[in-house]
Design a binder for this molecule. Structure first.
Ligand code: GDP
Ligand code: MG
Length: 577
């Protein structure tokens, strides 16, 4: 394929705007898939993707298209709704050649107003309205114009076939039988079956067993040339051997690696435990299999006195966490307890001479138990994100109140048309990880949309909060909270514990404390639960049964000081609502 006839492009839009549906129409129009079949989000192969209508993994397809007597090779990346990382990566690599084609979808909807949208685009992005292409992906209206624009407005990739091989790994998946399948974009040179290739990242050498294009399923070819996008299998056993951003080159022909990208950093952490400890090994193998295909999830073994052996998992964001959990349940039939998500805080340790082991240095705190005391710290930092909310004007007031209650700082507010407002806020990440999205949806009757991107760290007054039962700390309930939120969060935890702790022979004081200062308290009154009181008179076997059941129930209890806490109470307090 002559390079002049190659185009690389990607469909970028919010979740639900029709990227996958448009991809289906493009696949049909170019004859890549049959038109007669009832194609629905063909590139979305996972069950969770089909059910929830979101794309989890980026999928690539090469399309062949005839235009004015010439054959073109169009490489499409269907962008995922959550791993924006992959797309960002791809774009970074192709940055120098970026062109934008604005496409307005869903013009078939009754209340669609494409002219108004064109004006918005002109206003917000400074793109002339006559450059917009108006389509209906669902009905297949005007799809040819999209292909036409891809050919006319996107330049061919700038690559060199005569140079030695330089291939960028932009995604990788794991196949049980064939090992790692690396998706590659070739910037220079050629790669053939049988070539010896080297990973710039690991310096390991592999022999190429198979190369090919994605059509959209893998279709082997003899070679892949610079400018092409395709896949490569080379006996790699683990996705970490084909890291996204890695450069592959030919053995004995080393090249300057392509500008790698920052690896995806997990921003939301949660504990995961099997509902029943006997399920531990099954869950372990399910997690291992899933992470083989999603190397952005980090896994560390963890254990809790109350919930048993489990893991601490790190995710890119909330949706990522939810999808991972759902895939575990659907694809592996696992039932798990997921604890309330937390975010990675940081602390700058002071360089006091008294603390010899520390120079001034920054540490990341993932586990609240490792939260360093204020006396050893210059400052604490918390992760922040830039959130964008788009809402009908009538809800603006309520939404602003919600954001302020979440310690967010307004950065921008514009009317994108007569009755819709776009708000930008800087949010502490931990303020949105639990129920922000649900609150936003419910106070805007479902109309407001929310999206966020990473915005670094900011100084924060953080404190470690302990929960005490009759004066004894409950280790699994230690949390790190913002000073201003300590009281309300402490109170909520105490209340939840009060509701789920059974009465016992003595009174139980439930307290939230910061250091030695008590900030919230609830009391569970004393009560003797006499199981035999229910039995009137003589049925001895029934009495025995009840006593046995009570004894079994006790096994699942954990003793904190003299207070017995059932596993259920922990789950109620720790679990995501
Ligand atoms: P993605 O999340 O951007 O990949 O969006 P999908 O392609 O999964 O589409 C989301 C929803 O919008 C699906 O229910 C589609 O059937 C629907 N949809 C996509 N394109 C159109 C369109 O042109 N018109 C209408 N009415 N619905 C569409
Ligand atoms: Mg999609």
């Amino acid at each position: 394929f002559p390079v002049e006839n190659i185009r690389n492009f990607s469909i970028v839009a919010h979740v639900d705007h029709g990227k996958s549906t448009l991809a289906d129409r493009l696949l049909e129009l170019t004859g890549t898939i049959d038109k007669t079949k009832n194609n629905k989000q063909v590139l979305d192969k996972l069950q969770v993707e089909r059910e929830r209508g979101i794309t989890v993994k980026a999928q690539t397809a090469s399309l062949f298209h005839n235009c004015e007597g010439k054959q073109y090779l169009l490489n499409l990346i269907d962008t995922p709704g959550i791993q924006a990382q992959t797309v960002a990566n791809f774009f970074l690599a192709f940055e120098a050649q970026l062109s934008v084609i604005p496409v307005i979808n869903k013009i078939d909807l009754k209340n669609a107003d494409p002219e108004r949208v064109e004006n918005q685009i002109e206003k917000v992005f400074d793109i002339p309205s006559d450059e917009c292409i108006k389509i209906s992906a669902k009905l297949g209206t005007n799809i040819e114009s999209v292909l036409q624009a891809v050919i006319e407005r996107i330049p061919p990739p700038k690559v060199h076939r005569k140079n030695p091989l330089r291939a960028l790994v932009f995604d990788s998946t794991f196949d049980q039988y064939r090992g790692v399948i690396a998706n590659v974009a070739l910037f220079d040179g050629v790669v053939s079956k049988g070539d010896k290739i080297v990973s710039a990242h690991t310096q390991k050498t592999y022999e190429v067993n198979e190369v090919g294009v994605l059509n959209p399923n893998e279709q082997p070819t003899h070679k892949l040339y610079a400018g092409q996008v395709g896949y490569l299998i080379a006996g790699m056993k683990n996705v970490t051997e084909a890291q996204i951003g890695d450069t592959l080159y030919l053995h004995k022909q080393p090249v300057e690696p392509l500008p790698g990208f920052k690896s995806a950093k997990p921003m939301v952490f949660a504990g995961m435990y099997p509902v029943d400890q006997s399920e531990y090994n099954n869950l372990k193998s399910a997690i291992e299999k899933l992470t083989l295909n999603d190397s952005s999830v980090t896994v560390h073994r963890d254990s809790s006195l109350a919930l048993g052996a489990g893991w601490r998992l790190g995710f890119l964001g909330l949706l990522h966490m939810e999808v991972f959990n759902q895939r575990l349940e659907q694809e592996y039939n696992a039932s798990v307890i997921l604890t309330t998500p937390t975010v990675p805080y940081k602390a700058v340790l002071s360089s006091s001479k008294l603390i010899k082991e520390y120079r001034e240095k920054e540490i990341t705190i993932i586990n609240p138990a490792q939260f360093p005391d204020k006396s050893k710290v210059t400052e604490y930092l918390e992760p922040v994100v830039l959130g964008t909310i788009i809402t009908p004007d009538e809800y603006t007031g309520k939404i602003m109140m919600l954001c302020e209650a979440r310690r967010a700082v307004q950065k921008n507010m514009i009317f994108i048309d007569q009755n819709r407002v776009m708000l930008k806020y800087l949010f502490p990440l931990n303020e949105i990880v639990v129920d922000f999205y649900d609150s936003l949806k419910s106070l805007s009757s479902g109309y407001a949309s929310f999206d966020y991107e990473d915005a670094g760290y900011q100084t924060a007054e953080l404190v470690k909060m302990d929960i005490l039962l009759n004066g004894n700390t409950v280790e699994e309930l230690v949390t790190v909270v913002h000073k201003d939120k300590a009281h309300s969060i402490g109170k909520a935890i105490c209340e939840r514990l009060k509701d789920s702790l059974p009465r016992q022979l003595f009174e139980i004081a439930i307290q939230a404390a910061i250091g030695s200062k008590i900030i919230a308290r609830e009391t569970v009154k004393a009560y003797r639960k006499n199981v035999l009181a229910k039995c009137y008179g003589g049925d001895i076997t029934r009495k025995m049964k009840l006593l046995k059941r009570q004894a079994e129930g006790k096994k699942k209890l954990r003793k904190i000081g003299n207070v017995e806490v059932p596993k259920d109470a922990f789950i109620k307090v720790l679990k995501t609502q």
